[in-house]
Write a protein that binds this ligand. Structure first.
Ligand code: SF4
Length: 225
């Protein structure tokens, strides 16, 4: 990445961070109360069959879950790939570059931490679940409150609960901006390769071993899959 472009991006993010730190929790809480929300424990946001259930994580969250579960990092998180093709991020050595991590998923695509469908929709790491799960279906983007699809929307919520979610949503927004600033600070770039299609089709057919290079706010990590 061009150094000038990188410092411009960081500068913009720092401005966004300043703005984000001044967001009124009361205003966001009032919006949430107005929209209404109650978690129906349907588990749809955790299961693959109901749509995109990827949960992006920052490194600190992986550590918290690891401390809680005593699981290794590779059992908690995988490179944050798109659910489709990631062929544009392959370098000259055939390694796939990704930015950040997402929660590991079971072979059926469900989150690793949801109980089996026949048992319940219980989250086994509820106390330390990632910010994305804690705040779903709400999130902040470009200083505005946004909502994802969810059957719990429109249900009555108390002012106290709205305020709790508002605080979590803003904390998440700030944490993600800070993490992205740190990521850009560490990112040194890579040279894109030409052999993308061959590698991704081999990967899709399960015929080749893939090495990911994950760029995060702590640096660069190679992961074999
Ligand atoms: S961590 Fe818990 S709440 Fe988040 S997707 Fe997994 S099971 Fe669902």
């Amino acid at each position: 990445m061009d150094e000038k472009y990188k410092s411009l991006l960081i500068q913009e993010l720092k401005q966004e961070l300043t703005n984000a730190s001044n967001i009124s929790t009361g205003t966001i809480a009032a919006k949430i109360e107005d929209i209404g929300f109650s978690c129906l424990m349907c588990g749809k946001c955790c299961r693959r069959e109901f749509g995109d259930n990827r949960v992006l994580l920052i490194p600190q969250e992986i550590q918290v879950i690891s401390d809680y579960t005593i699981l290794e990092v590779h059992e908690i998180a995988t490179p944050a790939t798109s659910d489709g093709s990631d062929s544009d991020l392959i370098d000259t050595d055939g390694k796939i570059h990704t930015f950040g991590w997402m929660l590991a998923r079971k072979s059926n695509g469900d989150c690793n931490f949801i109980e089996d469908a026949e048992t319940s929709n219980k989250c086994t790491i509820h106390d330390v679940r990632p910010m994305l799960c804690r705040t779903y279906p709400f999130y902040m983007q470009d200083m505005e409150l946004h909502i994802s699809e969810c059957e719990g929307l429109g249900h009555k919520i108390s002012p106290e609960e709205s305020l709790t979610i508002a605080c979590d949503v803003i904390d998440r927004y700030v944490a993600e901006i800070e993490d992205t600033i740190a990521l850009y600070g560490k990112f040194e770039g890579f040279t894109a390769g030409k052999d993308n299609l061959k590698i991704t089709s081999g990967k899709a057919a399960g015929k080749c071993h893939v090495t990911y290079v994950v760029h995060d706010s702590k640096g660069t990590h190679e992961v074999a899959r």
